[in-house]
Design a protein around this ligand. Structure first.
Ligand code: ADP
Ligand code: ZN
Length: 214
């Protein structure tokens, strides 16, 4: 069981690493991006509030995100550990999470900062494709689905995300540098930051295992 935050730019591989880790020990992946995309697809009130910001590659408001996470972290499946993927994303979210975890009497094992060079990120994001059904991640160059446009796992449509146009990607990276990158300093002060130069997801997993003694 592990409780981790996965930090890193869009395309750093947070989701891929989280999925591999959940298979190892039963912790759940909690991706605020996935929760928001599901809400947009279902046309809920939350989805309506988040949609415009997401499409432009801007952040959704801290209040909206904290409302989601306050509920999500109280669900039963979190008792077997969780991997926070894409949350927190701003200093106010990190501060609010700190208070929330203290209230719940919980402590994180580590905050993993996945460090990937910008040119690698740009290349990955423009070639990334995502299953609309189950969220499985593909890549047109390195990991295409067996049948073009169709998910190997669930048969869903494999498409390019709306926020993965070149313009939105540029915006997401700027937003990351301005609002999320400072979290590394925040968690360094808290004393639980683990920075990994991510050559591969395996390298990231190995560094995490070593840190938490698995
Ligand atoms: P990325 O690949 O950019 O990490 P995500 O799937 O994590 O993408 O998030 C997609 C979009 O959802 C973000 O660009 C943002 O609009 C919104 N979002 C997700 N998580 C958060 C968060 N913690 N705070 C604010 N906005 C968020
Ligand atoms: Zn699928």
């Amino acid at each position: 069981m592990m409780k981790l935050i996965l930090l890193g730019a869009p395309g750093a591989g947070k989701g891929t690493v989280a999925k591999l880790l959940t298979k190892m020990d039963g912790s759940v992946q909690i991706s605020t991006g996935d929760i928001l995309r599901a809400a947009v697809a279902a046309g809920t009130e939350l989805g309506k509030q988040a949609q415009a910001a997401m499409k432009a590659g801007e952040l959704v408001s801290d209040d909206l995100i904290m409302g989601i996470m306050r509920e999500r972290l109280k669900e039963d499946d979190c008792k077997s550990g969780y991997l926070l993927d894409g949350f927190p994303r701003t200093i106010p979210q990190a501060e609010a999470l700190k208070v929330l975890l203290a209230d719940m009497g919980e402590e994180l094992d580590a905050v993993v900062n996945i460090d990937v060079p910008r040119d690698v990120i740009l290349d990955r994001l423009t070639t990334r494709r995502t299953c609309e059904g189950c969220g499985e991640i593909y890549n047109v160059k390195s990991k295409p689905p067996k049948e073009e446009g169709k998910c190997d796992k669930c048969g869903g449509a494999v498409t390019q995300r709306e926020d993965e146009t070149e313009e939105a990607i540029g915006n997401r990276l700027d937003v990351y540098n301005e609002q999320t990158a400072p979290l590394a300093g925040f968690y360094e002060k808290e004393g639980n930051l683990l920075t990994v130069a991510a050559t591969s997801s395996e390298a990231v997993i190995d560094a995490i295992k070593e840190r938490i003694g698995m």
